[in-house]
Design a protein around this ligand. Structure first.
Ligand code: SAM
Length: 250
């Protein structure tokens, strides 16, 4: 695909997201499965306390807010999203609660030009790379803005899972699979995400996935917790995948 095709695709996606964020509230608890995956791994001292953090694809800002209000020496958080509606909602939410250590920015994860190389101690991106035309390029950008020794917390769906089987079923039946009306839904898989992260020059510290669902047409999926075990095997087949990676020093 050509760069101008990508640009067009991104612009129409931006309009869809502006309308999407307009309808939704801020998730102040940040209790989605992918947020819990990060919360259980992030080290408050190493990754948050007094650190400069970028959350890209922050949506309406709930998780940036969580990061900014965690530690005694507040982190300097940049919450960024390419939907200006989302960013405005996030800014308003933080201002109403008197939180001033977050700066908000409109940015495309595939072209983080407003940020310098090695600018952030910690980079977070939840459920965003699957919604852009070029996920490997997005991962390269995350690696570029990370400081040597800094850590990336990345989540994205793993369609090497029962939900992937459902996606294949939709494809065979000629039905569009989308995630709540989002315009681009790449077929991301944990092993592919790990490859993109390694190719971007980062060292994988840990990866995991959670969430076993039995999908039904026209009905919400049922969560099948018994399928979470044994962990050494099933950690490759959960829908919600997580990669923690570090930028090598030198
Ligand atoms: C599924 S939502 C996830 C939001 C939030 N991270 C969360 O965990 O709830 C996907 C987010 O990616 C944003 N987004 C989509 N394409 C983007 C792009 N090219 N650059 C930056 N953000 C993008 C959307 O506006 C939306 O906020």
């Amino acid at each position: 695909m050509t760069p101008s095709f990508y640009k067009q695709l991104s612009e129409s996606a931006r309009d869809v997201y502006d309308r999407w964020h307009d309808r939704l509230e801020v998730d102040a608890e940040s209790s989605a499965p992918w947020h819990l995956l990060i919360k259980s791994r992030i080290d408050p001292i190493r990754d948050i306390d007094g650190k400069r953090i970028l959350e890209i694809g922050c949506g309406r800002g709930g998780f940036s807010f969580w990061l900014a209000t965690r530690t005694p020496s507040p982190a300097q958080v940049v919450g960024a999203d390419f939907s200006s509606k989302a960013v405005n909602k996030a800014r308003q939410f933080a201002e109403n609660r008197g939180v001033s250590n977050i700066s908000w920015s409109v940015a495309d994860i595939q072209a983080l030009n407003q940020f310098g190389g090695g600018e952030f101690d910690t980079v977070v991106s939840c459920e965003t790379i699957e919604h852009v035309p070029d996920p490997p390029l997005a991962v390269k950008q995350l690696a570029r803005v990370l400081k040597p020794g800094g850590r990336l917390f990345l989540t994205t769906p793993n369609y090497f899972s029962t939900t992937g089987v459902y996606r294949a079923y939709c494809w065979v039946r000629g039905k569009k699979y989308d995630e709540c009306g989002q315009p681009i839904c790449q077929l991301t898989m944990l092993h592919k995400t790990r490859r993109w992260v390694r190719r971007a020059g980062l060292r994988i510290v840990e990866s995991d996935s959670r969430g076993q669902y039995i999908p039904f047409p026209r009905r919400p999926p049922i969560e099948a917790r018994f399928l979470e075990h044994p962990r050494f095997l099933m950690r490759w087949f959960g829908l919600h995948s997580f990669v923690l990676a570090e930028k090598p020093v030198g």
